[in-house]
Design a binder for this molecule. Structure first.
Ligand SMILES: [Zn+2]
Length: 131
């Protein structure tokens, strides 16, 4: 068999057929908006991603295989398949969601009541000196 980190050619062929030749990456897990599929044309490049990290699952089945575009694979490898990075990204994603959802309407700032405006002497303002 192929080495344990790779999918067999049969699985890869099946995954590609299932994908319909468009990237199978969906949602948050691949850095996309929730529920959104990347759907990039895989004719330009296809990589096979272990949906659940190989080191943990050792699962090379079709169910664990995603035919994805190189960009999605690269993103997931960098951000999901490294536990420390995954944590950071999860936190930043949570931060993004919070910023989007919680919109606090901002009131126009009213001038501070306790700040007196500098009072210019009328004479100085008009450049005139009265007798
Ligand atoms: Zn993609």
């Amino acid at each position: 068999m192929a080495n344990r980190k790779e999918f067999g050619s049969k699985v890869r062929k099946q995954a590609l057929t299932r994908s319909g030749m468009v990237c199978e990456a969906i949602g948050d897990w691949y850095g996309l908006p929730e529920g959104q599929r990347c759907a990039r044309d895989l004719a330009y490049g296809v990589e096979y991603d272990h949906y659940i990290l190989d080191a943990n699952s050792k699962d090379n089945s079709l169910e664990n295989c995603r035919a994805v575009c190189p960009d999605c694979h690269k993103w997931k490898t960098a951000n999901r398949d490294t536990p420390l990075a995954a944590k950071t990204v999860a936190q930043s994603l949570m931060g993004m969601k919070t910023r989007v959802k919680v919109k606090i309407p901002q009131r126009p700032k009213s001038p501070k009541p306790n700040t007196p405006k500098p009072v210019l002497p009328w004479k100085a303002m008009y450049g005139r000196i009265e007798p």
